[in-house]
Design a protein. Structure first.
Length: 167
Protein backbone atom coordinates (compact mmCIF):
# COMPACT_ATOMS: atom_id res chain seq x y z
CA UNK A 1 0.00 0.00 0.00
CA UNK A 2 1.31 3.44 -0.89
CA UNK A 3 1.77 5.91 1.97
CA UNK A 4 -0.18 9.20 1.77
CA UNK A 5 1.54 11.80 -0.38
CA UNK A 6 1.05 14.56 2.18
CA UNK A 7 2.01 13.73 5.74
CA UNK A 8 4.02 16.73 6.94
CA UNK A 9 3.34 20.34 5.91
CA UNK A 10 5.77 23.20 6.49
CA UNK A 11 4.50 26.74 6.02
CA UNK A 12 6.83 29.74 5.82
CA UNK A 13 5.35 32.79 7.56
CA UNK A 14 6.80 36.25 7.06
CA UNK A 15 3.98 38.39 8.40
CA UNK A 16 2.55 39.32 5.01
CA UNK A 17 -1.12 38.76 4.27
CA UNK A 18 -0.01 36.26 1.63
CA UNK A 19 1.88 34.16 4.15
CA UNK A 20 -1.00 34.26 6.63
CA UNK A 21 -3.29 32.99 3.86
CA UNK A 22 -0.76 30.21 3.20
CA UNK A 23 -0.90 29.34 6.90
CA UNK A 24 -4.71 29.22 6.76
CA UNK A 25 -4.50 26.96 3.72
CA UNK A 26 -2.02 24.74 5.55
CA UNK A 27 -4.25 24.54 8.61
CA UNK A 28 -7.24 23.49 6.51
CA UNK A 29 -5.11 21.01 4.56
CA UNK A 30 -3.70 19.52 7.76
CA UNK A 31 -7.19 19.23 9.21
CA UNK A 32 -8.65 17.53 6.13
CA UNK A 33 -5.72 15.18 5.53
CA UNK A 34 -4.70 14.68 9.19
CA UNK A 35 -1.16 15.87 8.52
CA UNK A 36 1.51 17.18 10.86
CA UNK A 37 1.89 20.95 10.49
CA UNK A 38 4.77 23.27 11.26
CA UNK A 39 5.08 27.03 10.76
CA UNK A 40 8.42 28.83 10.65
CA UNK A 41 9.35 32.50 10.72
CA UNK A 42 12.89 33.54 9.83
CA UNK A 43 14.57 36.58 11.34
CA UNK A 44 16.68 37.61 8.35
CA UNK A 45 19.99 38.06 10.14
CA UNK A 46 21.90 37.45 6.90
CA UNK A 47 20.54 40.66 5.36
CA UNK A 48 21.08 42.55 8.62
CA UNK A 49 24.71 41.45 8.63
CA UNK A 50 25.16 42.65 5.04
CA UNK A 51 23.55 46.01 5.88
CA UNK A 52 25.84 46.42 8.88
CA UNK A 53 28.97 45.46 6.92
CA UNK A 54 28.04 47.92 4.16
CA UNK A 55 27.68 50.64 6.82
CA UNK A 56 23.97 51.10 6.07
CA UNK A 57 23.32 50.21 9.74
CA UNK A 58 25.57 50.64 12.71
CA UNK A 59 25.73 47.57 14.94
CA UNK A 60 23.40 49.07 17.58
CA UNK A 61 20.76 49.75 14.92
CA UNK A 62 21.16 46.25 13.56
CA UNK A 63 20.72 44.70 17.01
CA UNK A 64 17.63 46.82 17.67
CA UNK A 65 16.15 45.92 14.28
CA UNK A 66 16.87 42.23 14.89
CA UNK A 67 15.04 42.37 18.24
CA UNK A 68 12.10 44.06 16.53
CA UNK A 69 11.99 41.34 13.83
CA UNK A 70 12.21 38.66 16.51
CA UNK A 71 9.23 40.19 18.35
CA UNK A 72 7.31 40.36 15.07
CA UNK A 73 8.11 36.72 14.33
CA UNK A 74 6.95 35.59 17.76
CA UNK A 75 3.72 37.57 17.32
CA UNK A 76 3.02 36.10 13.87
CA UNK A 77 3.77 32.55 15.00
CA UNK A 78 1.50 33.03 18.00
CA UNK A 79 -1.26 34.27 15.68
CA UNK A 80 -0.86 31.26 13.39
CA UNK A 81 -0.96 28.97 16.46
CA UNK A 82 -4.25 30.57 17.52
CA UNK A 83 -5.66 30.08 14.02
CA UNK A 84 -4.72 26.40 14.14
CA UNK A 85 -6.15 26.00 17.63
CA UNK A 86 -9.43 27.55 16.45
CA UNK A 87 -9.73 24.70 13.92
CA UNK A 88 -8.59 21.98 16.29
CA UNK A 89 -5.29 21.50 14.48
CA UNK A 90 -2.04 20.85 16.33
CA UNK A 91 0.81 22.99 15.03
CA UNK A 92 4.50 23.24 15.82
CA UNK A 93 6.11 26.66 15.42
CA UNK A 94 9.74 27.72 15.25
CA UNK A 95 11.50 31.07 15.12
CA UNK A 96 14.67 30.78 13.03
CA UNK A 97 17.62 33.10 12.35
CA UNK A 98 19.68 33.35 9.17
CA UNK A 99 19.09 33.70 5.44
CA UNK A 100 15.38 33.17 4.79
CA UNK A 101 15.58 30.74 1.90
CA UNK A 102 18.26 28.49 3.41
CA UNK A 103 16.59 28.51 6.85
CA UNK A 104 13.26 27.45 5.33
CA UNK A 105 14.97 24.67 3.37
CA UNK A 106 16.87 23.45 6.43
CA UNK A 107 13.66 23.47 8.47
CA UNK A 108 11.87 21.50 5.75
CA UNK A 109 14.64 18.90 5.78
CA UNK A 110 14.69 18.63 9.57
CA UNK A 111 10.88 18.35 9.68
CA UNK A 112 10.93 15.93 6.71
CA UNK A 113 8.20 18.00 5.08
CA UNK A 114 6.13 16.45 2.31
CA UNK A 115 5.40 19.95 1.04
CA UNK A 116 6.39 23.56 1.70
CA UNK A 117 3.64 26.19 1.55
CA UNK A 118 4.54 29.74 0.52
CA UNK A 119 2.30 32.76 0.22
CA UNK A 120 2.02 34.30 -3.23
CA UNK A 121 0.21 37.13 -4.95
CA UNK A 122 -1.93 36.53 -8.00
CA UNK A 123 -0.01 37.71 -11.10
CA UNK A 124 3.08 38.56 -9.04
CA UNK A 125 6.36 39.11 -10.74
CA UNK A 126 9.69 40.66 -9.90
CA UNK A 127 10.24 44.02 -11.52
CA UNK A 128 13.43 45.94 -12.09
CA UNK A 129 14.00 49.31 -10.52
CA UNK A 130 12.41 50.04 -7.17
CA UNK A 131 11.99 46.90 -5.10
CA UNK A 132 9.01 46.70 -2.75
CA UNK A 133 8.12 44.23 0.00
CA UNK A 134 6.14 41.98 -2.37
CA UNK A 135 9.03 41.87 -4.85
CA UNK A 136 11.41 40.83 -2.05
CA UNK A 137 9.01 38.04 -1.01
CA UNK A 138 8.83 36.93 -4.65
CA UNK A 139 12.63 36.81 -4.85
CA UNK A 140 12.79 34.75 -1.64
CA UNK A 141 10.06 32.42 -2.91
CA UNK A 142 11.98 31.98 -6.16
CA UNK A 143 15.15 31.10 -4.21
CA UNK A 144 13.23 28.53 -2.15
CA UNK A 145 11.51 27.05 -5.20
CA UNK A 146 14.74 26.91 -7.20
CA UNK A 147 16.79 25.36 -4.41
CA UNK A 148 14.37 22.91 -2.83
CA UNK A 149 14.14 19.23 -3.59
CA UNK A 150 10.71 19.17 -1.94
CA UNK A 151 7.25 19.77 -3.35
CA UNK A 152 6.13 23.38 -3.01
CA UNK A 153 2.70 24.95 -3.16
CA UNK A 154 2.49 28.71 -3.68
CA UNK A 155 -0.87 29.66 -2.20
CA UNK A 156 -2.53 32.40 -4.23
CA UNK A 157 -6.14 31.62 -3.36
CA UNK A 158 -7.66 35.01 -2.53
CA UNK A 159 -10.80 33.63 -0.85
CA UNK A 160 -8.99 31.36 1.62
CA UNK A 161 -9.98 33.62 4.54
CA UNK A 162 -13.64 33.12 3.68
CA UNK A 163 -13.18 29.36 3.41
CA UNK A 164 -11.24 29.36 6.69
CA UNK A 165 -14.11 31.09 8.52
CA UNK A 166 -16.71 28.56 7.35
CA UNK A 167 -14.56 25.45 7.73
Amino acid sequence: MIKPLLQRILVAVNGSEDSIRAAMYGILLAKQLKCALKAVYVVDTATLKQLTLSKFFISEESASYEESMKADGERYLSYVSELAKSKGVKIETELLHGAVWSSVLTASDEFDASVILLGGRPHSHVTTGIVNKHDMASVTNAEIIGSSGRNIIVVKQADIEKLFRIA
